[in-house]
Design a protein around this ligand. Structure first.
Ligand SMILES: Cc1cc2nc3c(=O)[nH]c(=O)nc-3n(C[C@H](O)[C@H](O)[C@H](O)COP(=O)(O)OP(=O)(O)OC[C@H]3O[C@@H](n4cnc5c(N)ncnc54)[C@H](O)[C@@H]3O)c2cc1C
Length: 356
């Protein structure tokens, strides 16, 4: 049994811990449980046809299949209460987009996922004058409930230890393979940094991520009866009993990770454009996505410290990514599989973005 220390308890760190525990390994997971951590704040939506030009996501089928399979692992079955499969409705912005979709919705690549809606629906509650498309195989994950539930399951394992604490780079001793601790040192065979965007900031291994701040609202709109997720300039996710998550903003140049008045105004302007019903803001939050320049995750090992690894870079697709890539990362750490070039951290060294 090897001893793994994982820093970061978001979707990346916790799912990896779960995979390694199931494979019989010993895990210490350290997380500062910051409430604005991307995973806790995320809207949790998953959708495999995304972007301005609505193309199928890289590895779409594998990511979706592995997400479903994760919740079918017997010990994780009780987490199914947190995942909700629902179609997503995307109103057409203009007649150009309507015509584009008319031409492509039956293409072999998209026909199994797209339903064309040629006329408006539920126009009394939201604007969609030209109709839109329904995208199948979408949904949302209640990430807060899921992370709490997963941690509770992992806590049942005798070889799992959870420590709520922020670790400074100065506490990590890679020569002695220990985290220097005021009580007693934490020894590890392998150390995995799954600390989201913060790996680009202060860590012993600065990976050049492209962190993207996002702000999000939780709203109450009892007259908004939505049997699907709605996505225009803003997405609106029905979470039950008249409550919704509405988001998000995308900000590449930011001074802090707090919610701002400007962010709120952008979100409200989009909501006012889309919704025909009244809503009340319940809360407003902000977090930072661990995005990469090439929109691929970052997995792998430090070129000089063979026991130091990274697992991050999920960007805007944390939910679709965690199950697939935690399986790959766990297998890699155990020597069962290699890493794909597209997401191996070595690409930064090959391309000269980092010096080895
Ligand atoms: C506003 C917003 C909306 C989003 N909506 C969606 C969505 O709808 N669908 C989707 O799929 N994705 C969404 N995302 C993206 C998603 O949240 C991320 O891709 C994903 O959560 C990243 O997970 P992670 O575990 O890598 O990072 P994080 O969730 O950031 O986890 C890292 C953890 O490490 C901790 N940590 C950092 N440094 C230290 C340290 N030194 N010591 C101890 N602990 C440390 C952090 O506090 C945090 O708990 C959204 C993100 C934001 C900000």
């Amino acid at each position: 049994m090897k001893s793994y220390c994982i820093i970061g308890g978001g979707l990346a760190g916790l799912s990896l811990a779960g995979r390694l525990l199931l494979a019989g390994e010993k895990i210490t997971l350290i997380d500062d449980a910051c409430p604005s951590g991307a995973s806790r704040l995320a809207a949790g939506m998953f959708n495999i046809v995304t972007g301005k030009h609505a193309v199928k996501t890289w590895l779409a089928e594998e990511l979706l299949a592995d997400l479903k399979a994760f919740f079918e692992i017997p010990i994780f079955e009780k987490l199914q209460q947190y995942i909700h499969y629902q179609p997503l409705y995307r109103p057409f912005k203009d007649i150009g987009e309507y015509n584009d979709w008319l031409g492509k919705y039956q293409s072999p690549e998209l026909k199994d996922y797209i339903r064309f809606q040629a006329t408006q629906i539920q126009a009394d509650i939201f604007a969609n004058p030209l109709g839109g498309i329904f995208i199948e195989n979408c949904g949302w994950l209640d990430t807060t409930g899921f992370l709490q539930g997963l941690l509770a399951i992992l806590n049942e394992f005798p070889h799992f230890q959870y420590i709520e604490k922020k670790i400074a780079a100065t506490q990590i001793d890679l020569q002695e393979k220990q985290i220097v601790w005021e009580e007693k040192p934490i020894f590890f065979d392998e150390l995995i940094l799954a600390n989201g965007w913060q790996i680009s900031q202060e860590s012993i291994w600065q990976i050049p991520l492209l962190p993207v701040k996002g702000e999000i609202l939780r709203i109450y709109a009892p007259d908004l009866q939505l049997p699907f997720l709605l996505s225009g300039k803003i997405y609106v996710i029905p979470t039950g009993s008249g409550h919704f998550i509405a988001g998000a903003t995308y900000e590449w140049d930011f001074a802090h990770n707090e919610p701002t008045q400007a962010g709120k105004e952008i979100l409200c302007a989009h909501l006012d454009e889309l919704l025909q019903v009244k809503y009340e803001i319940i809360s407003h939050g902000a977090g930072i996505r661990p995005t990469t320049h090439d929109r691929r995750p970052v997995l792998g090992t430090h070129p000089q410290f063979p026991h130091l690894h990274v697992f991050t870079g999920f960007g805007t697709k944390g939910v679709l990514s965690f199950a697939h890539f935690s399986q790959i990362m766990a297998g890699y750490l155990q020597g069962k599989n290699s890493l794909g070039k597209e997401y191996d951290v070595q690409r930064y060294y090959r391309k000269g973005r980092m010096k080895g």
